[in-house]
Design a protein around this ligand. Sequence first.
Ligand SMILES: Cc1ncc(COP(=O)(O)O)c(C=O)c1O
Length: 484
Amino acid sequence: MLDVFSGVVDLERAAPVSLYRQLYEQLRGAILDGRLPAGTRVPSSRAMAAQLGVARNTVLAAVEQLSAEGFLEARRGSGTLVSGQLSAGLTRAARKRSSGKRPAYSLSATGKRLASVIRTSDGGETPKPFMPGIPDTGAFPATIWARLLRRETQRLQPEALAYGWTAGHPRLREVLCAHLREMRGIQAGPEQIIVTSTAQAALDLLARALVDAGEKVWIEEPGYLGARAAFLGAGAELVPVRVDAHGLNPNGKHPRPRAIYVTPSHQYPTGRLMPLARRLELLDVAERHGAYVIEDDYDSEFQFQGRPVASLQGLDPEGRVLYVGTFSKILQPGLRVGYTVVPSALVDPLTRMQRNTGQIVPAAIQLALAAFIEEGHLRAHVRRMCTLYEQRQRVLAEGLSGLLDGQLGVEKPAGGMQLIAGLPEGWSDVEAVKALAARGVLARAVSGFYLGTAKRQGLLLGFAGYPSGAIEAGLKEIGGILPS
Ligand SMILES: Cc1ncc(COP(=O)(O)O)c(C=O)c1O
């Protein structure tokens, strides 16, 4: 009777998997692939333990688990047998399943669209010059944050520990509302704020909530790939609308949009500021079309000269502008907190959508953030970062002007975290990015931010996250690929 296990069980004492688990898995596998057919009698636990040289409890645990899962059954008078319900047909089917062909894993149309926009690699790379969009993560006040997070975690109330506050904890919404009114001129109550797990999550939420498949969405040309991905994911038809010196120009001839996406504070990637007249024009055009305006205000706090220009949302009495913000730039991307400010009528449906998609920010993080803002740490951090980033921008811009007799055409925005350097006539930015990558320097090709065919060539270079020494070293590498 013991022979039934020869070639079936082979335990490895040195393996990191327990003997119980090995025995269970090997017996289970042999039953599923038909080597132990239905009706096979299993030796007594004592006999099996002796034969395998393991403790009897190990065998008992494995047999008990297999019985609980229906692989074995105890029969009066006959001991334990392989379950009679596992016919040869069933185990043959299992064998076929285990022997080979995987399903094709074809993505849905939505999945394909969402995956079609390729952004940074997801390999957990350490940021290095001149990867754009990265703040100085080392400057993040980690000790203060850790203290607040610990304190707020200890104080969490039952409703925050359960399913409460899908759209954001009332305290964060309250504090954030006051902050946004003061810093960004937002006109809204705290209940109009929905906390999301990044600006990207907010864009995805708004796109899915407001845009039906086939509807047109105007996006900036060149523009932010994350927004492109969110609207594509919702099935939108993207309409690239040219960016000029004043940001998106809404006056051309374009098909009627359902929504218009803009980054008016620092157009991404050009860094241009949309002046008041253009903002009013944009609101006018949106009203004529009955379109929503989605304002992505991702890094407007970093303004080096004067105060940041107030948000577009604050200029809109009609509730046509849906505002999106994030703590990814002002603090750090790893925090993963963003938000959207929406008209009151949209709060309920969007809250339900949040609940149904599970894109909810942990309460302890929200409360630590509320305390961080309330205690003035956010303002102090922004002030420090503005000084630091302005200095880094200067090092980069001056360094670039010193290359190639100043022919690089550097555009220095009044704030933000990155700038664009033009390239010598006839150069391809994609080739330049490749040449820089071979020298260990990361830049983005400006042409990659265009949807249409007329593409400007240039390098998008982030400066905020890197000390001056690293920027200078990167500049040398840029100099190395230019004609001398
Ligand atoms: C225009 C723009 N919007 C939004 C974001 C990202 O925000 P989040 O990290 O919160 O998704 C970025 C980051 O690069 C950005 O450039």
